[in-house]
Write a protein that binds this ligand. Structure first.
Ligand code: FES
Length: 384
């Protein structure tokens, strides 16, 4: 009996030791995990700021938003704080078929959440870069980027009582602005009207609804093509009775912006408070220039002053394409007349320009043009 009792005592001691050891190991794991988590949190808190420049982005997550629009969430290989102004864009760079292709996309996240940078991109059939991005960008994929850039932002054009108008993927800059205004608890009044083809095409639908419920200062409406038709003067007056008290920021296709511009002009709106950004004009340009089948017989001679290069261009071609083909030192970052990276000074000759919004009056006076928006109308001498 005594023997049995001793062995049972021994076994119960061993069990007790086993439990204590397991508990000790468990405690060690928890402590080391909490140490590594708190160490990581500290690293994030102390992360340096990534200002303007060229850097590599690593895709962390892909979030489908609508059937043809997804949000791509990026970080860099180091822990950093992304620094940008709400509404700005960055330019992705990728070599495709031996040619460097640049495309600008507005940042949809807010600088108030600086650990990731989100781009919400529409897949456009025939859009060379967007189709490639949707195939390539999976978690872990790396892509080069430059920026941020853009004057369509809340720091350079500040306001508190705002009307945000967007269509389709044009929602990205005004969503970044909204997130920033609400995150920073600024004393704002936000009226947000988004146009989409149908309910399933509303980008950020759940978030818009949630923000509406959570914030008295945020009020949104969606205008759906298949339910309401296109936004018109009557709807706008009904949805925004205090239009004249607001600063208007609009992003969408050229046709959408032109339609709204004429509506608010007719309503006597102060156009100094009308700020716009054209969405995806680069892709529209890309497709329309590719589809341009009639080659003009007329050729203009283009001479580059500093490099003594001379070549010919037809009046249908955008200057930027001719210059890049000659390896001239310019960057076609946005191809939408937004970033100003492609500006050149015309010393002699005439061009036909479709946009110069980012040039100053002095630059225009000195003969600068945006080469992505300009076609030759005569022989040219360019200061490159
Ligand atoms: S490439 Fe951006 S303005 Fe021309």
């Amino acid at each position: 009996m005594i023997g049995v009792s001793e062995s049972s005592q021994q076994s119960s001691n061993m069990k007790g030791d086993g439990y204590r050891l397991s508990f000790f190991l468990f405690l060690l794991i928890v402590l080391s995990m909490s140490h590594s988590i708190s160490h990581e949190a500290l690293e994030w808190a102390q992360a340096p700021r990534l200002e303007k420049g060229t850097f590599e982005l690593i895709c962390q997550q892909v979030i489908p938003e609508t059937p043809d629009i997804s949000t791509f969430v990026f970080q860099t290989s180091e822990k950093i704080h992304f620094t940008f102004k709400p509404g700005q864009f960055i330019t992705l760079m990728q070599e495709l078929d031996g040619e460097m292709v640049y495309r600008s996309y507005t940042i949809s996240s807010s600088p108030s959440r600086p650990y990731t940078l989100n781009l919400t991109i529409q897949r456009v059939e025939g859009g060379r870069m967007s189709e490639w991005l949707f195939g390539y960008l999976k978690p872990g994929a790396v892509i080069k980027a430059t920026g941020p850039d853009g004057v369509f932002n809340l720091m350079d054009k500040p306001a508190r009582n705002v009307l945000f108008l967007s269509a389709s993927c044009g929602i990205t800059p005004v969503m970044s602005m909204t997130r920033w205004m609400l995150d920073t608890c600024m004393d704002a009044d936000i009226r947000f009207i988004h146009s989409a083809a149908s309910e399933e095409h509303i980008v950020f639908r759940k978030e818009l609804e949630m923000l509406d419920q959570q914030h008295d200062c945020f009020n949104h409406s969606c205008v759906l093509d298949d339910r309401d038709g296109w936004l018109n003067q009557e709807m706008l007056q009904h949805l925004v009775p205090d239009l004249h008290a607001r600063t208007l920021y609009i992003c969408g296709s050229p046709a959408y912006i032109d339609a709204v511009r004429s509506m608010v002009e007719q309503a006597g709106f102060d156009m100094d408070n009308f700020h716009h950004e054209v969405f995806n004009e680069a892709i529209i340009t890309e497709i329309s220039s590719r589809n341009h089948s009639e080659e003009s017989d007329t050729k203009h001679q283009v001479s580059l002053e500093k490099t003594a290069v001379v070549f010919e261009m037809s009046p249908d071609e955008f200057l930027v394409d001719g210059l890049l083909a000659q390896k001239a030192p310019i960057v076609a970052a946005c191809r939408a007349g937004v970033c100003g990276a492609c500006k050149v000074q015309i010393l002699e000759g005439e061009v036909e320009s479709t946009g110069n919004a980012v040039l100053t009056a002095a630059e225009i006076e000195q003969g600068f043009v945006l080469s992505c928006c300009s076609r030759p109308k005569s022989d040219l001498r360019i200061d490159i």
